[in-house]
Design a binder for this molecule. Structure first.
Ligand SMILES: [Zn+2]
Length: 120
């Protein structure tokens, strides 16, 4: 695996200037939103720190974004509650809804079936 690449600031500024002058946009796939066109500055921010970019985009903290993303895309929306035997509930069909994005995702509520809702 290659080590971290050294950023050529002059080259980046040149590319940004060229993209802006020609109206070139970069399209990325936004989780829960689909295609999103970025101008040069947006693309630079995205490439620098993708997770931070999405937190800024959705207006969330990094913890909220990570929890939502993991629940929807890694755990596939299975209840995070724990049953009496100490095992994860994993009930299906309780998805908070990818289309809502992470903005109103509440850990202990949005990621639980009705049986495992935490009182907040
Ligand atoms: Zn449950």
């Amino acid at each position: 695996m290659a080590g971290p690449e050294k950023v050529d600031v002059v080259m980046v500024k040149r590319v940004v200037k060229l993209m802006n002058s020609r109206g070139i946009k970069v399209v990325v796939n936004a989780p829960a939103r689909g295609a999103l066109a970025l101008d040069a500055e947006g693309a630079a921010f995205f490439l620098q720190d993708e997770e931070l970019f999405w937190c800024d985009f959705f207006g969330t903290t990094i913890e909220q974004y990570r929890s939502w993303y993991s629940f929807e895309y890694v755990e596939r929306g299975l209840c995070r509650g724990v049953n009496k035997k100490g095992k994860r509930c994993r009930k299906t069909g309780i998805s908070y809804g990818k289309d809502k994005g992470p903005g109103k995702f509440i850990v202990g509520v949005s990621d639980r079936c009705s049986h495992h809702l935490e009182k907040k």
